[in-house]
Design a protein around this ligand. Structure first.
Ligand code: GDP
Ligand code: MN
Length: 384
């Protein structure tokens, strides 16, 4: 689960990280009022679950409350398209109005889950700002990485080591180390999958300030943090992924046009591999789960049908606990409700397979039945 910048900054502040003063606003009038209380010169920032706002016009530096009102007016109620969103963008319902900071240098500081370290790692660079991906590509030696002992956590001396590695002036070594230790503790205590400050600004008057913040939370640990779970903003989530989450269906949107309905995560992964191997592209990962009901299969299939990119569908059901007839009824109900169905390749095996096939056939769906994954691959290869 992602948090908004203003929510992430509130967490940073709890862990002692200095942030610019500011407040969130939902109307241009509120934005003007916040700007007035901050002294006029502010930055108005679209609150969306995507980075790259600066380059997309979602970050506006202004000098007066009136200009803050206009900036908020221009952002609120619009959709913001950045290089991290799809072409449809994400809706802006809130802006953060924060005191404008005079930035001398932009650093990068983050805690990430590092698979090679099998634990959290701190990443820092003296070249922060909007081009960090570019820095990582062009000059990876400018990215410093440190994976602390997970039982000890990040020690202050390690934070200072990073500060030296970045070549920070002596006066900023302590504040930088404190910030690193703070976000490492935040990462562990709140079960995050990412805490990122980009930029961590050095102001012209020599202070360290978290000008931007990103915090992602581990969904599987959210039950331990009901206060954080309450911060969820569904308007920012992909509607299909949100519908799947509500129905307790494991679903990940992918880039292709082959909708996939599978039961079991392992089988779903194997199915995606097979689809890719024949040169097709899966539109999604979808695991309805082992003991899915007819209703759950119907919801899952409806999610696939609701995806306008889906041109054909591959059903790969192993009927164990989920019987094939139950799956078939769920599929038929979804198609009836939506009133259409793209061509389908169906591989069903196991309990009540004959009944399942009969249900699909008599419903008149455009189905090609296959027995094996190999045949499914061939059928996909032949379909346009
Ligand atoms: P992002 O583009 O979504 O990562 O949004 P950021 O909050 O990181 O803002 C993008 C860039 O806008 C930053 O790297 C800064 O260069 C600039 N920026 C943001 N806030 C301020 C501010 O208060 N003062 C100044 N001078 N620049 C700012
Ligand atoms: Mn940023």
């Amino acid at each position: 689960m992602k948090l908004h910048e203003y929510q992430a900054k509130a967490l940073l502040a709890q862990y002692g990280v200095p942030i610019p003063r500011g407040e969130v606003a939902t109307t241009p009038e509120e934005a003007a009022a916040v700007a007035r209380s901050l002294g006029g010169r502010v930055v108005v920032k679209a609150q969306v679950h995507a980075g790259g706002r600066g380059k997309a016009g979602g970050i506006r530096l202004v000098d007066t409350p009136q200009q803050a009102r206009e900036a908020a007016q221009a952002l609120l109620g619009r959709r913001l398209v950045t290089y991290q969103t799809g072409p449809e963008g994400v809706p802006v319902h809130k802006v953060l109005v924060a005191e404008a900071v005079d930035i001398a240098r932009e650093l990068y500081l983050a805690v990430v889950l590092d698979p090679s370290a099998r634990g959290p790692a701190v990443i820092a660079s003296a070249e922060g700002g909007v081009e960090i991906e570019e820095v990582a590509r062009r000059s990876p030696e400018k990215i410093h990485r440190l994976a602390p002992d997970p039982l000890l956590g990040l020690m202050p001396f390690q934070g200072r080591q990073l500060a030296y590695a970045l070549g920070l002036p002596p006066s900023l070594v302590r504040p930088f180390a404190d910030t690193a230790v703070g976000i490492y503790r935040l990462f562990v205590e709140k079960d995050c999958s990412l805490v990122e400050i980009n930029p961590l600004a050095i102001t012209t008057d020599g202070r360290l300030l978290a000008v931007d913040a990103k915090v992602n939370l581990d969904d599987d640990a959210l039950f331990r943090h009901p206060d954080l779970e309450a911060l969820r903003d569904r308007t920012q989530e992909d509607p299909l992924e949100a519908a799947a989450a509500d129905a307790d269906i494991a679903y990940v949107r992918l880039e292709g046009d082959v909708g996939c309905l599978v039961n079991g995560a392992g089988l779903a992964m194997a199915t995606l591999d097979m689809v890719s191997r024949v040169g097709a592209q899966p539109a999604n990962f979808l695991d309805v789960g082992g003991g899915a009901s007819e209703e759950k299969v119907q919801k899952a299939f409806a999610i696939i049908l609701d995806d306008p990119r889906v041109k054909r569908i591959l059903v790969n059901i192993f009927g164990g606990i989920l019987r094939c007839d139950v799956a078939a009824r769920g599929i038929v109900s979804a198609v009836r409700a939506k009133g259409f169905c793209p061509p389908m390749v169906v591989r069903m095996l196991g309990t009540n397979v004959q009944e399942g096939r009969d249900i699909l056939r008599t419903a008149g769906l455009p189905v090609t039945f296959v027995e094996t994954l190999q045949e499914a691959a061939e059928a996909l290869r032949k379909a346009p």
